[in-house]
Ligand binder design. Structure first.
Ligand SMILES: [Fe+2]
Length: 94
């Protein structure tokens, strides 16, 4: 079962693929969508860690923390890409 939150992020990315015409603008939009997915995952793992901690599932907490670190690293990459000059024509294509 896919969560409604991540489903919405995917639907938004699919909408952009059909409506954003310029290559640079589309690349920038899709990187922004990937960043949204990473933020969703970060929030989800942070919540799971809090709940697992409260329940005393220490082994599970360690696994969630490792996943959270991966998601934070991915988010950093998306933020770096999104803020870079990789898409010089994006603002002219919208
Ligand atoms: Fe991720």
């Amino acid at each position: 079962m896919m969560s409604e939150g991540i489903h919405g992020i995917i639907m938004e990315a699919e909408w952009m693929m059909g409506h954003v015409k310029g290559k640079d603008a589309l690349d920038a939009a899709l990187i922004a969508s990937a960043g949204c997915a990473e933020h969703f995952e970060i929030a989800s793992y942070a919540t799971a860690i809090a709940w697992a901690t409260q329940l005393g599932y220490d082994d599970v907490v360690k696994l969630f923390e490792a996943n959270l670190e991966d998601e934070l690293a991915a988010e950093q990459k998306m933020s770096k890409l999104g803020g870079s000059k990789l898409f010089p024509k994006a603002d002219k294509e919208i």
